[in-house]
Each structure stands twice: as C-alpha cells, then as structure tokens.
Design a protein around this ligand. Structure first.
Ligand SMILES: *Cc1c(COP(=O)(O)O)cnc(C)c1O
Length: 478
C-alpha cells in the first residue's frame, strides 16, 4: 500500500505534455541575462500525466475519511454531510460575492444570514447569535470574553471559571485565554457534576460554569436545574458547550435549561465536513441581557433593508473579518432548510438510537464504566482487554487493519482505557453491525492472540508511529 514520492517516478525526458514544433528561432537566454542570474536546475519530477494521476489517486486512497466509511470519533460528530449543501455553497451568486460590495447588492445574503441566526437562536433557545467565530474553541473564547465584559461593565469583580473534569479540553484552555483562573470539579460516580463539589467550588468570584450537556460521557445532567440555580444564586453565569447538538436538537434547548451563553459547532452538527482544520463556525448565542456585548457588527433589519449595526459601544469588538466563514454558514442554512424542524428532530433521534444500539451490543464484551442512559455517544473501557495484554490504543490500531476508523481513545480522562464512540445519525444498521462485529472480533483476538493486537496495525501504509517524536520533531516536507 505504500506510495513512493513523485520524484521517484521521474525518468529523464518523460513528460506530461506535447507541444507543436517551435515556429520561431530558439533563443539562448545567455545572450540576454547574465549566467549568474540563472536559477539552479529545478529538479522537477519528469513524469507523464498518468503517473501524476495515479500518484495522487494512490495518496488519496491512503487517507481515510467519512466518505470512506464509519468514523466514530466521540465528541467529534464525524458524520456524512450531504453533497447537496456543498453544491449550494458553490453557487456563483453566493461564492463570488465580495464583502466590500454595496450593501444594497448584498441584501439577499444578509437575508439568509439573518434567518440563519434566527433559526439557530430558535433551535438553541437563545435570544441573539453572532455568526463570526470560526471554530468551537473560538466560540468559547468569544463567549467568555462576553462574560468578562459583562462583569467589567457592571463593576463586579470575577476571576474564576468552573470546569468539570469531564469537559472538552478546549474549555479550560479558552477560559485561560480569556484571562480567568480555572477551578476543576470532579464528576460523581454516575459521571455527572457532583453537586456537593460544585457547592464547595462556588463563591462570589465565579464568573461562569462551563458545561456540556449531555456531557462528554454522553450522559444528560439530570440536575441541570439545580446546577443552574447554584451558579446563578452566586451571581455567576452558565456557559453551554453546544459543539454536539445532534444529541438534543428538537428535544431540548440549552436556553430553556437556563444557560446564558453557548456556542454551536456548525461544522459538527450542521453539515460542514471537518477534521484537518478546515473552515468551521462556532456561532455564539446569548440571552437578552448579554446582547450589548456581542461582537461588532450585529446584523439588523428595518422595514426596508438588512444592515450592519456598528454602533455598539459595549461590544467586545470583532472576532473575525466580515461575517465569519460564509461558506460554512451557507451549508448550515441549506441543511436546516432542507431538513426543517421535523428533520432536525429525526437527526437527533437517529444519533441517539445508533449510539444506544451500539452500546447495548458492546457493553458485555467491553466494560461500561457509567450505567446511566446516554444520548448520542457513549464511553466504554478496555480495562478487561488491557489485563489480557492489549490496550485500548492497540485495539484502536487493530481497527485500522480492518479498514475501519477508531473511536476517540483515552478521553474523557475520567475513564481508564476509554473508548468514546459516536456512530452519528448518518450510519445505517449494516455499517453499525460491521463495526460492532469488528470490535468483538478484536476482543476475541486479544483473548487468543494478544500479540497480534499489540503489534497492530499490520496492513496500513505506515505501522506504529513514534508519536512523541512525531510531535517533538515534526518532519513535514521532503
Ligand atoms: C469539538 C468540540 C469542541 C471544539 O471545537 P473546535 O471547532 O474543534 O474548536 C469543544 N467542545 C466539544 C464538546 C467538542 O466536541
């Protein structure tokens, strides 16, 4: 399966073009330009067109993506995104617009952006949204800056943000970036926020609690009302990490759970493929009282026109040029309008059904550390297999041998040998069964031949990587 470098295909004189004979006298460049100005020989590969096509096709086949098969990375929502939305984002009238065009010419775009933010506010139960932030982490930073600005404006001193130990890693990172100190609280035995721990951690210096609900174990925080009251009573605000809305969309709204600020990852739930750092959108929603602090400008509408309101003295300022990542917003709008309310609700139902089906099929073979009902994802532990000689990492590598992608591993940190599985709503039962059977087979292999699993992968183009060296001394070019 290995693929050589394109330069290795090179053969002197081989080319990928054929030009008609020259009809004018050939020129010796040395007559015009000093020889010392000449470039060194470029050493470009001399290859034919078919060499080029086969080389790049082979490279693309070394890669794995949602278009190749199931990609059950927990917390990532690596689902299939309809190609239709890509087509719509490429419609010339949308893709060729320029943000410096006259606002009068851009009214159609403004109309859809306005409707998109209204739809997202409706879905999440918030009062106003900004479409500027470019990723989930960027949304978190934006939301926390809004919270900081709010307290500064009110003259209230706050310096702490509470983050449960099951939170996504970006949460504490964003809070530190926004200038807060982190207070970490441990989860209880059910994998939820420990109310006593929370009470102990709360004081009048707490600006916010950052929470994901369902949390990273896929479990819905049953005591959310009580949690919200504890924070609000202490004068703090509630931040909702809504990166994965396919767990609750159509059924529950963070706004109704009393959250004050949230971000949504349009590149997870709303039809932009992701992974690899491509453009995303971490739109942020707020409750009414935080509206003045939103990034500038805010899209508004009077009786005739849509327009951008820059006159926002309390705004935290801009967090992105122009409107945010416009193409991602087009895809999200297309997705929402195609599915409608009923379709979005079914998305959630299928995401939850798929995850629970898999959990039921796998919980005997692997251990299930938290018994609570889960929503769109669940976390297994590979401790039993580890005792027999193959770790979760080994099993994840073995999955690659079978041409399937591994789940998220060793996260959340509260679970030993964690495997965090999110099949997503777009996989059918045959694909789910294939994945379940593969994991069961690998577990059998651990039983009978742990070395086989321990030395995996065997069939991939590169085998075990030195992950420390790869991070410390990345060698990214030939
Ligand atoms: C993916 C994710 C994030 C971060 O989003 P990015 O767009 O990768 O910055 C934050 N929180 C949760 C729960 C996530 O799943």
């Amino acid at each position: 399966m290995a693929e050589r470098l394109i330069i290795d295909y090179s053969s002197p004189g081989r080319k990928g073009y054929s030009l008609p004979p020259l009809e004018i006298p050939e020129v010796d460049m040395g007559d015009y330009i000093k020889e010392s100005y000449f470039r060194d020989e470029l050493k470009l590969p001399e290859v034919s067109e078919v060499d080029v096509v086969r080389h790049y096709t082979a490279l693309s086949e070394l890669n794995y993506g949602v278009d190749s098969g199931i990609y059950p990375l927990g917390s990532c929502t690596m689902k299939y995104n309809p190609k239709r939305n890509e087509d719509i984002a490429r419609i010339e009238g949308l893709s060729q617009l320029h943000p410096y065009q006259d606002e009068e010419d851009l009214q159609g775009s403004f109309e859809f952006l306005y409707e998109l933010k209204r739809d997202l506010a409706e879905i999440s139960g918030m009062d106003e949204m900004t479409l500027q932030p470019a990723s989930g982490a960027h949304g978190e930073l934006t939301g926390l800056l809004i919270i900081r600005e709010y307290f500064e404006d009110k003259g209230i001193e706050k310096n702490k943000v509470i983050v449960p130990d099951s939170a996504h890693g970006t949460n504490p990172a964003s809070a530190v970036m926004a200038g807060f100190d982190i207070v970490e609280i441990e989860s209880n035995k059910d994998g939820m926020v420990d109310i006593d721990e929370l009470k102990e951690a709360v004081d009048d210096k707490v600006a916010a609690l950052m929470l994901t609900n369902p949390n990273t174990l896929g479990i819905f925080e049953k005591d959310i009302k009580e949690i919200a009251d504890i924070i609000h009573d202490a004068g703090g605000l509630l931040y909702y990490d809504g990166a994965n809305l396919n767990a609750i969309m159509g059924y529950a709204r963070p706004g109704d759970m009393d959250f004050d600020v949230l971000h949504l990852n349009l590149h997870k739930t709303f039809s932009t493929p992701h992974g690899g750092g491509g453009p995303g959108s971490g739109t942020v929603g707020v409750k009414e009282f935080l509206r003045p602090y939103l990034p500038r400008p805010v899209l508004k509408k009077d009786d005739k026109n849509y327009y951008w309101d820059y006159d926002r003295p309390k705004s935290i300022g801009k967090v992105h040029a122009f409107y945010g990542n416009y193409g991602v917003l087009v895809k999200a709008f297309s997705y929402i309008k195609t599915l409608g309310g009923k379709g979005l609700t079914r998305t959630t139902e299928n995401a939850v059904l798929n995850a629970n089906y898999m959990k039921a099929k796998l919980k005997e073979e692997f251990s299930l550390p938290y018994q609570e009902n889960s929503l769109h994802e669940f976390v297994l532990s590979g401790v039993k297999q580890k005792e027999k000689g193959a770790s979760t990492l080994n099993m994840a590598k073995r999955l690659l041998d079978y041409g399937q992608y591994a789940p998220t591993i060793y996260f959340p940190l509260v679970v030993k040998e964690a495997m965090m599985i999110e099949p997503t709503e777009t996989e059918n039962i045959d694909t789910l069964n294939r994945f379940i059977e593969t994991l069961q087979k690998i577990s059998e292999e651990v039983e009978n031949n742990p070395e086989l699993v321990k030395n995996a992968p065997h069939n991939t183009s590169v085998r075990k990587l030195d992950e420390v060296k790869a991070a410390r001394q990345p060698d990214l070019r030939w």
